[in-house]
Design a binder for this molecule. Sequence first.
Ligand SMILES: Cc1cc2nc3c(=O)[nH]c(=O)nc-3n(C[C@H](O)[C@H](O)[C@H](O)COP(=O)(O)OP(=O)(O)OC[C@H]3O[C@@H](n4cnc5c(N)ncnc54)[C@H](O)[C@@H]3O)c2cc1C
Length: 248
Amino acid sequence: MPNRPAPRRFTVLDNRLLTPGMRRITLGGDGMADFPAEQESAYVKLHFAQAHSERPLLRTYTIRHQRADAVDIDFVRHTHGGPASRWAEAVEPGATIDIGGPGPAKRVDATADWFLLVGDMTALPAIGANIETLPREACGHAVIEVHDEADIQPLDAPAGLTIDWRINPSPGRRPDLLVDAVRELAWRPGRPAVWAACEFSGMRRLRTHFREERGLPREALYISSYWQLGADETDHKAAKRADAQETA
Ligand SMILES: Cc1cc2nc3c(=O)[nH]c(=O)nc-3n(C[C@H](O)[C@H](O)[C@H](O)COP(=O)(O)OP(=O)(O)OC[C@H]3O[C@@H](n4cnc5c(N)ncnc54)[C@H](O)[C@@H]3O)c2cc1C
């Protein structure tokens, strides 16, 4: 297997509360020198040192904005512990962090006739980046679950794209919320591009809906689980692998 490229070292430039449930951390410094351009919506792997291992713990996040000298990463605030959320709560400008990636940008197929983007707050950075790069004449819907009304963010969406914000103060504990909202939508004529990401159980319900109830072909659908209630990222990855084998 080829060696992974070495991570880049970034410096924290800013850490602020974006909404009550989300922190925005701006990163710059040496890591930007050869960071590829236009990576909004791509994922990166944050490295956290472990006490009893030389190997870092990796956590996956999305590039929300990119400028010549900095990127923004938005962290959902949660109280279940975990190295990434703890780091985001406490880190101050001047601290450094090693980051692997970026992996491929997760963009919807811009040639589709209409678009549907669905996700919870962990997917909001990728959904926001996608919506803001859609053609201005694009039409369709976004359904986005947030913890609270105050977590609704202004997004620069094309006029023909409606955004349905759903409130769930207990993330991961209402796995039907997004699929129920999607069922209420009028399905448009033409070829859709559907993008969806959220907690594991919600993802499975959405996937069943899109594949079995809507008959969406695989190429029209990007769907991913971004986290799992009660599982850290390592266990969540194992659950994703088992799920992929079951549904292959
Ligand atoms: C491709 C991809 C892109 C992602 N982009 C983002 C992003 O831009 N912003 C973002 O915030 N997240 C994003 N995520 C999700 C993020 O990687 C996970 O939430 C991750 O588990 C957080 O790490 P942690 O160290 O805080 O918690 P972990 O150590 O992984 O888990 C500890 C505990 O916290 C719980 N937990 C983890 N995440 C949440 C959550 N969001 N809400 C409630 N409980 C939780 C777990 O169930 C576990 O019980 C992305 C995931 C993927 C796969």
